[in-house]
Design a protein around this ligand. Structure first.
Ligand SMILES: Cc1cc2nc3c(=O)[nH]c(=O)nc-3n(C[C@H](O)[C@H](O)[C@H](O)COP(=O)(O)OP(=O)(O)OC[C@H]3O[C@@H](n4cnc5c(N)ncnc54)[C@H](O)[C@@H]3O)c2cc1C
Length: 555
């Protein structure tokens, strides 16, 4: 079967592309997704992400290779395997990042990607209650809800503590002032998850020129002898099928599976491909390199006031909250558990904020067994968690075999630079500084983990090594840049040295952004879709010129 565009992966980015590329009715679009439809109630209700966290039907449930600097632990790396991708199973915190993140993208040779360049795409994708302003949009598909008026009261104690510790307050991390303590926005609409699947793909499903195939594993991209992508091979119900693309194949399979698919298709480091006996199409060594992630660690506290643990843990409490949600679409089940936090400088020498904090008005431990569920702890507790914003360690994605069914090897290589080690310690010091303020001291009985015996740089670092985990922001594994030795796509997201092949997802980030990366990924998709459509017009223009020349020569 033949389509103008084939999009691989109906995740945060893929759903946006499917809508935008099919909107004019001019192009036929095929969207291929390995997972099922997002028709369960758990995808709608914000708290539903606790149900999909360890659900192998909807989650690829990857693990990293053992991380040497993290006590040889394998970190859990959940990824959405469902329409909407990781955007269907995430915690919905909506943060764009800071200006410098994108200015650095542009400075690395990517014209058109500075903060001022990408701001229009952030505005385009959202409907924000502030309406059309310099920073916000009023007509975009994704609903943004500030949690400001609804957070648990102890979040305000946290904000007071930050003020007492000398930190600024911000009312909008996505507005004029990124830095400071505040309450997060979430991508919800009327108390329901506002994912790119619900907001972009669902409304487009009836278009005649859009085909969505689910439960289809794309196993290979096909190329002609000119290295032009001509289509894909998929596995569906145990048998192989081919689809061909007249214009482009666009990879949106995410930061783990996009580089894996390129490597399986013969585009990647020639040594790695030879090791797995994959015929080389193009030596592109940066495929799978430059992987980045945010690693966080939590500090746990027992409170002398009621926290969300007291409401969410007992059966009666659960029933009450469930009823509140069903009747009003409000309450804790309509929000994220990460309610307040902010962006801070870990030292006076930092030019911009380098640490992100989350203050959660409840406490829970990530269960070791994937058979257990995420449950609040059995006491009035809360947690304060941090992650460095822009780690400098770089990891990799590499195929483990030449079979598409085998998960790729994920190496985050955490804490392999001195800067990252310093920031892990800075973060612990920042948590302790805020927790020692009068406001927080007043509601705290004790620090449960790591506990007061951990109080120096060595102890903090060891705690981070033993307890930190991924906060699920894998990106950068097919970075954008001008040089084909160090990057994979150019500034129009075209794979270097290939034609008819683009990447539009979190893998193109040259550097990770300071904050949660779903909003930046959706921005990449909005901008990517516009570039694809512009380039289609250019191609059409060139073809028309060519035909006119042929016609003129013949007459
Ligand atoms: C548990 C969790 C919590 C998170 N919380 C937040 C948060 O609160 N805020 C935030 O901003 N970010 C959060 N994130 C991160 C964010 O959701 C992701 O970074 C973002 O969704 C990535 O988008 P993507 O389009 O690059 O990839 P994805 O959304 O992961 O999409 C990739 C899609 O491709 C499909 N696919 C993969 N391989 C194949 C194949 N071979 N054939 C066919 N289909 C394939 C996958 O099934 C998936 O649907 C979280 C992530 C997780 C997992």
């Amino acid at each position: 079967m033949n389509y103008d565009y084939i999009i691989v992966g109906a995740g945060s980015a893929g759903c946006i592309l499917a809508n935008r590329l099919s909107a004019s009715g001019q192009y036929s679009v095929l969207l291929l997704e390995a997972g099922k439809a997002d028709d369960s109630f758990w995808f709608k209700i914000p708290v539903g992400f606790t149900k999909t966290y360890y659900n192998e039907t909807y989650n690829w449930m990857y693990y990293s290779e053992p991380e040497k600097e993290l006590d040889n632990r394998s970190l859990y790396c959940p990824r959405g395997k469902v329409q909407g991708g990781s955007g269907s199973i995430n915690a919905m915190i909506y943060v764009r990042g800071q200006e410098k993140d994108y200015d650095d993208w542009a400075q690395a040779g990517n014209n058109g990607w500075s903060y001022r360049d990408v701001l229009p795409y952030f505005r385009k994708l959202e409907t924000h209650p502030l309406g059309n302003t310099e920073y916000h949009g009023a007509n975009g598909p994704i609903g943004i809800s500030p949690m400001k008026d609804a957070v648990h009261p102890i979040c305000h104690v946290f904000l007071k503590g930050c003020e007492q510790a000398g930190y600024k307050r911000t009312d909008d991390f996505n507005g004029a002032q990124f830095e400071g303590a505040g309450i997060y926005d979430v991508n919800t609409r009327n108390g329901q998850r506002s994912s790119s699947s619900f907001e972009y793909l669902h409304p487009a499903l009836n278009r005649k020129n859009l085909t969505v195939e689910r439960e289809v594993l794309v196993t290979q991209v096909l190329f002609d002898t000119n290295r032009r992508a001509t289509g894909v091979v998929v596995k569906q119900n145990g048998s192989a099928r081919h689809f061909t693309a007249k214009r482009e194949v666009i990879l949106s399979a995410g930061a783990v599976d996009t580089p894996k698919l390129l490597q399986l298709s013969g585009v990647g480091d020639s040594t790695l491909l030879a090791e797995h006996r994959i015929p080389l199409v193009r030596h592109l060594p940066a495929v799978g390199r430059n992987l980045q992630d945010h690693l966080c660690v939590s500090f746990y506290y027992r409170a002398n006031v009621k926290t969300l643990n007291d409401e969410m843990r007992p059966l009666l409490g659960k029933l009450k909250l469930g009823l509140q949600y069903l009747l009003t679409r409000k309450g804790p089940l309509a929000m994220s558990v990460n309610q307040s936090g902010g962006f801070f400088r870990g030292s006076e020498n930092e030019a911009v904020p380098n640490l992100q904090l989350y203050f959660n008005p409840l406490s829970y431990r990530i269960p070791k067994s994937n058979k257990a569920s995420l449950e609040p702890e059995p006491y009035s507790g809360f947690l304060l968690c941090f992650n460095p914003c822009r780690p400098t360690s770089r990891g990799s994605i590499e195929i483990a075999s030449n079979r598409a069914e085998d998960p790729a090897k994920i190496r985050i290589n955490a804490l392999t630079t001195q800067k990252d080690i310093d920031e892990a310690i800075q973060g612990c010091e920042l948590v302790r500084k805020i927790m020692s303020t009068a406001a927080l001291d007043e509601i705290t009985v004790e620090e449960i983990s790591p506990g007061p015996q951990v109080s120096d740089r060595e102890g903090f670092l060891q705690y981070f090594r033993e307890q930190s985990g991924s906060i699920y922001h894998l990106c950068g594994s097919c970075a954008m840049g001008p040089d084909d030795l160090t990057s994979v796509v150019d500034e129009r997201l075209r794979v270097h040295g290939m034609s008819g092949l683009r990447i539009v997802d979190a893998s193109i980030f040259p550097n990770i952004t300071s904050g949660n990366i779903n909003a930046p990924t959706m921005m990449v998709a909005e901008k990517g879709a516009e570039m694809i459509l512009e380039d289609a017009l250019t191609v059409a223009g060139e073809q028309a010129k060519e035909s006119a020349k042929v016609f003129a020569a013949a007459h």
